[in-house]
Design a protein around this ligand. Structure first.
Ligand SMILES: [Zn+2]
Ligand SMILES: [Zn+2]
Length: 326
């Protein structure tokens, strides 16, 4: 499947791949390979792994390393001299391997040369911010009614299996570089939780004030009375389409970048804002299609990656009353 994909200039790509899928990738032309791994392809050990141990997939490689004597030389085994007498090493000899220790070490070395994003030995981030099924259900219900708080799910994992990972247009940098992931779970500073209002200034500022500006500043972020981070934001245009980027996207991004990553953040909006549609409805599909043809994708991608880099909860809600005042 992968060679057919290559022929048609398609490439394997995903934002994040679960361990099961990672282990189903072929070993020898692994796309996540470093230069060192490409060199390892043709050593005697690699030949033995291929021809004697029948290693094709990463899962086969894992099997070679997962044995009772472990995958590094210890006083209990003799992997360096290939003299280990454990059941698995003996079994390797009976199928024709003359250096089970070297093969195990080689297999482990190959695995450790695979880039983290594709490496089944590197666990995906587990930090408790991933939404549990119940929370996801709540989000689905809440998305339709005002005043409910929706919690942003920072997780990204492709679970669709290998055939789901093919994309026709792939930017090489996304293959090699993992998506932005939040830094290790820090302490969440609950007492410092912030509520930030994203306001449409055309409703909140007197019309005379607006009249003086050539192009009315539409969005403001309000952190609290007297807070230095309060800001009214000028209109921003999309680099490609030149269309005006929805102010709430610009404002949310601005605010998220001005709050420490470990502070729980609660955004409040006045309207049925595009933010809700984007983050809670369309995001998985947009990422699945690599953001192709998504309007304002540069700003949206920046926003999503900023939110994902946070190690505290980020929630979004609409203001329940119509007065528009925080
Ligand atoms: Zn052994
Ligand atoms: Zn061998």
């Amino acid at each position: 499947m992968i060679s057919i994909a290559k022929k048609h200039k398609t490439q394997l790509e995903a934002l994040k791949v679960d361990s099961e899928t990672k282990s189903l990738l072929p070993t020898w032309y692994h796309i996540g390979a470093t230069k060192a791994l490409k060199r390892l392809n043709n050593t005697a050990v690699s030949k033995c792994l291929r021809n004697t141990h029948g290693v094709i997939l990463i899962s086969d490689l894992l099997k070679v390393t997962e044995t009772t004597c472990g995958n590094e030389p210890t006083p209990d085994n003799d992997l360096i001299n290939n003299g280990c007498l454990c059941i698995e090493c003996q079994a390797m000899r009976t199928i024709g391997c003359r250096h089970p220790g070297s093969c195990k070490l080689g297999a482990f070395r190959i695995l450790s040369e695979i880039l983290p994003k594709w490496n089944p030995l590197v666990p995906n981030v587990q930090d408790g911010l991933t939404l549990m099924a119940r929370r996801v259900k709540q989000n689905e219900k809440a998305v339709l009614s005002d005043g409910d708080r929706l919690t942003f799910d920072p997780s990204i994992t492709s679970r669709g299996g290998l055939s789901e990972l093919f994309r026709i247009f792939v930017n090489q940098s996304t293959v090699d570089h993992p998506p932005s992931v939040r830094i290790k779970t820090g302490r969440q500073v609950a007492e410092e939780a912030m509520e930030i209002y994203v306001l449409d200034t055309s409703k909140n500022f007197k019309s005379e004030t607006r009249g003086k500006m050539r192009e009315p500043y539409k969005q403001a972020v309000f952190f609290g009375r007297g807070d230095e981070r309060n800001a009214i934001l000028p209109p921003v245009r999309d680099r490609i389409s030149q269309a005006k980027v929805p102010g709430s996207i610009v404002a949310t991004l601005h605010a998220a970048r001005h709050v420490p990553l470990d502070v729980p953040l609660h955004f409040v909006y006045q309207d049925n804002d595009i933010i809700f549609e984007a983050l809670f409805k369309h995001l998985p599909e947009w990422e699945d299609r690599g953001w192709i043809d998504v309007p304002f994708h540069n700003h949206l991608k920046a926003l999503v990656s900023t939110l994902r880099s946070r190690c505290a909860i980020t929630s979004f809600r609409r203001k329940a009353n119509a007065s528009g005042k925080p």
